[in-house]
Design a protein around this ligand. Sequence first.
Ligand code: SF4
Length: 209
Amino acid sequence: MQQTTLQVGGLTPMTTIDYPGELAAVIFCQGCPWRCRYCHNGHLLPRISSDPALIEWDEIIAFLEQRQGLLDAVVFSGGEPTLQSALKPAIQQVKALGFKIGLHSAGAYPERLAELLPLLDWIGLDIKALPEDYAALTGVSGSGENAWESLQLLMASGVAYEVRTTVHTKLLSPQKLKKLQYQLQQAGVAHHQLQPCDTHHALDQRLSA
Ligand code: SF4
């Protein structure tokens, strides 16, 4: 059965940095199937949360109705937003309010991403490593294949994008990074952003040493 209510673990009411060039709100979707060693959103990872900080979807819609004409865009972030089958109807509802739609994803569910791409105006896709190096980072076998399949879908879609890679030298050596940059270029990626790793609340605290 399709889940009809998006589980939301947090909301940023206004930001200029999460959707290039647009004033946006960010909805943080609950749940992620991966456990990246550097993840600093531990509270968003469980699929089902009883956290009192969860925000009712109706509250989100009420908030956005008050921001029509004031905000340009709404970004669905996470966690991994594509984990929830409620994401598509949620996007459709927000799009109908007149907002541009942004998505932050790590590409964990290529089939769901394929369905969502026609609804998106912009996507920030994390490509964390070469496919063969993903499992050591995410703890999940097959995660690299899914992420790179999502990248192929994105490249074929024509949707505006930024591909992002978080760099921690313990996880991505300079040699690996060079190879990754080459592979991304081969895949047709023209917009690739490196971001420093914030290990402050990392799942694997050994990374902060
Ligand atoms: S994919 Fe993102 S949210 Fe999920 S564990 Fe990795 S860094 Fe955290």
